[in-house]
Ligand binder design. Structure first.
Ligand code: AMP
Length: 512
């Protein structure tokens, strides 16, 4: 029988879940008996330690401990340099975490894992999604899919409660922020719009609180804590704890040891909220953008789901309640819903790929087999010369928030007589300014010589696996003739061989 797991690979914490024999997803504990595992890796004395122990060591050994690596996913130039020599890419560090999570899951399930789905913020672009997939492959997992975190949370909520209607998922995690508007009917989970910021999360609130505490410490006579790595790491740890405390009480106290002296610092929720008001405002703007993209007003929203640990901050539910005029649903488990939904998705994909008597059923509240319909989170287009302004612009062909699989086309015109080639440059992003989009592929294409103004039709498609297909047609001829086509798998930082080599490297590591 095939077992599938869902992994919420968070910036600060991870959770793993699997569908049980009764068709319900459940969180799997790690070897330490915890339901969530800190996304922290320590490299010390030849030992690689993942999770709580590594997180505890972080304040005293910042050079040997790596955390918040999700913020670096897909950044080809980023490396974590260990103090004793080897360095690791974001994919490798994530693979180490994933490997440990999978080993623990196998321990709990008592059988090998055949398939995994890993979650990503809805706003992750293709390179970051591919980096996540690569990390899974390096960890030796069979990654059957990637699912957006808010979609996974809504899937879990919908199946558990039988909710039908339109939901807004407000997902503020440790490092990323996503808002998704989704309609749930008859087992169909259809994303209407998604917006986000992949660099906005609890981490940013921690940074502001660190600055506030540092200022207070300096006023009390301490040296600047940011001048010392160890003091900064200690401050980060204490600020995060103080932040959590402020979610429950109006005032928090921390003790900082610096310059040979102890300083007791007090911070109030009010001060914290003022110092982070600009971050909250950013979530407000993004939420309004998502509503606009979905073409909905607050009256259309039946349920607001808060996901991600940072939604425990009272300022967040106050904001959401003020904006929407309704109290958010707080029954959803902010730490676990994403992994639970991913487990459901993983089992569904596994069942579809190997249908048989042994497949574990996934049972929804109304007896429907759930179906997920997603949108693309980034626009896709081509760079063209805009003759009116005499400059190159990005022309979006499939705009973001289009339901996938998607196919759209646009017709462009040649700019000079006897032009014999075009440079097809495929972009990802929604801006018309070429500086604000990413060129994901370039391809020269020969065209027949015509007078200027010859029409060329560009047909672009995007499937659920993220494969982009582009074909250019010569519209001057009848019937129209194809001038060429390209199929882009997700752009990856690593080749197949590099992934294989890293699998071997990881197998040689002793991960605890
Ligand atoms: P996630 O990535 O969804 O696990 O979110 C983790 C983030 O939530 C981290 O930045 C935590 O500091 C934050 N967090 C967890 N619990 C609380 C709390 N009670 N109050 C404020 N932030 C919290």
């Amino acid at each position: 029988m095939g077992r599938a797991i869902g992994i919420d690979l968070g910036t600060t914490y991870c959770a793993v879940a699997a569908v049980t024999a009764v068709g319900k997803a459940e969180v799997l504990m790690n070897r330490e008996g915890e339901r969530i595992t800190p996304s922290v890796v320590m490299f010390q004395d030849g030992i690689t330690q993942v999770g709580t122990l590594a997180k505890r060591i972080a304040p005293t050994a910042p050079d040997d401990v790596v955390q918040f690596v999700k913020r670096q996913m897909g950044e080809a130039s980023w490396k974590f340099q260990t103090s004793h020599g080897p360095s690791f890419s974001a994919e490798q560090v994530s693979a180490i975490i994933l490997k440990r999570l999978a080993e623990d899951a196998e321990l709990m399930l008592g059988e090998p894992i055949d398939a995994a789905v890993i979650t990503v913020p809805a706003y992750f672009d293709d390179a970051r999604r591919q980096a996540t997939r690569d990390a899974g492959n390096i960890a030796g997992l069979n990654v059957v899919g990637i699912i957006n975190e808010p979609t996974a949370a809504a899937l879990s909520f919908g199946l558990d409660t039988g909710f039908e209607g339109r939901a807004l998922v407000f997902d503020l995690g440790g490092g990323t922020f996503d808002v998704t508007v989704m309609s749930i009917h008859g087992g169909e989970f259809a994303v209407e719009a998604t917006e986000g910021d992949r660099n906005l999360g609890g981490f940013n609130w921690d940074n502001e609180l660190m600055s506030l505490l540092n200022k207070k410490a300096m006023e009390a006579g301490a040296p600047d804590l940011f001048d010392d790595d160890l003091a900064t790491a200690e401050l980060r740890d204490k600020a995060e704890t103080a932040k959590r405390t402020l979610s429950n009480v109006a005032e928090s106290r921390i003790v900082i040891t610096a310059g040979g002296q102890h300083h007791t610092l007090t911070v109030t929720r009010d001060e914290f909220e003022r110092a982070t008001a600009h971050l909250l405002r950013r979530t407000e703007t993004i939420t309004e953008m998502a509503m606009e993209q979905a073409g909905r007003t607050w009256a259309d929203i039946d349920k607001i789901l808060l996901v991600g640990g940072s939604t425990r901050m009272p300022m967040v539910w106050d904001l959401v309640e003020t904006l929407s005029g309704q109290a958010p649903d707080r029954t959803i488990n902010a730490d676990e819903a994403v992994a639970l939904g991913a487990a459901v998705h993983a089992q569904l994909l596994l069942n579809n790929s190997a249908p048989g008597a042994s497949a574990l059923p996934v049972i929804g509240h109304h007896g429907h087999t759930p179906r997920v319909l997603d949108v693309c989170s980034q626009g896709l287009g081509v760079i063209i010369l805009d003759e009116d302004i005499g400059a190159e612009i990005n022309s979006v062909i499939i705009s973001h928030n289009t339901r996938i699989p998607a196919q759209q086309e646009r017709t462009y015109f040649t700019v000079s007589d006897n032009q014999d080639s075009i440079r097809l440059r495929i972009t990802e992003g929604d801006d018309t300014d070429v500086d604000y989009v990413k060129i994901i592929h370039q391809h020269p294409l020969e065209i027949p010589r015509y007078p200027a103004g010859a029409p060329l039709r560009v047909v672009m498609s995007f499937d659920v696996d993220g494969i982009v297909h582009v074909e250019v047609f010569d519209e001057t001829q009848t019937p129209t003739a194809s001038l060429g086509e390209v199929e882009l798998d997700r752009p990856s930082n690593l080749s197949r061989d590099e992934v294989d080599a890293k699998v071997t490297e990881l197998n040689l590591m002793d991960i605890n």
